[in-house]
Design a protein. Structure first.
Length: 134
């Protein structure tokens, strides 16, 4: 287990050392890594589940993976809003960038294409992530 803060700090270091501080440049290698490491069976399950059902389960995954904060999701046809709060970490730009990468990876694993995404800080310890897929 590695803390979210340490993950964000390591990501900052990697982005600075290898990509001139460009977090967006990390997305390709991150997606390649995810696709390489996820089993065929998991990919089939995720395709069957689909993005809406997968993102509806996100609050339970958060509760299982984090000992701080909360996550809520609102899913409509082809779009979702995730609201996360309870720690200043959740508004840190690197952490948000990693979450947007993770959302893209999840959508692609369900066989869908990311059409749009954004992250907005809405309080000192709260942010909203929005995704739309096709």
């Amino acid at each position: 287990w590695v803390s979210g803060g340490l993950q964000a700090a390591l990501t900052d270091t990697i982005a600075t050392k290898f990509y001139g501080g460009d977090l967006c440049a990390l997305e390709g290698p991150v997606l390649e890594d995810v696709n390489r490491d996820v089993s065929r069976v998991a990919k089939l399950v995720l395709r069957g589940l689909g993005p809406g059902r997968l993102l509806t389960k996100a609050p339970g995954l958060h509760d299982h993976s984090w000992d701080i904060g909360s996550l809520s999701t609102t899913v409509t046809h082809g779009a979702a809003t995730l609201t996360i709060g309870g720690s200043p970490l959740f508004t840190y730009r690197t952490w948000l960038a990693l979450q947007l990468m993770a959302l893209r990876a999840a959508l692609e694993l369900t066989g869908r294409t990311l059409l749009e995404r954004s992250a907005t800080r809405i309080a000192d310890d709260r942010a909203q992530l929005r995704v739309r897929w096709g």
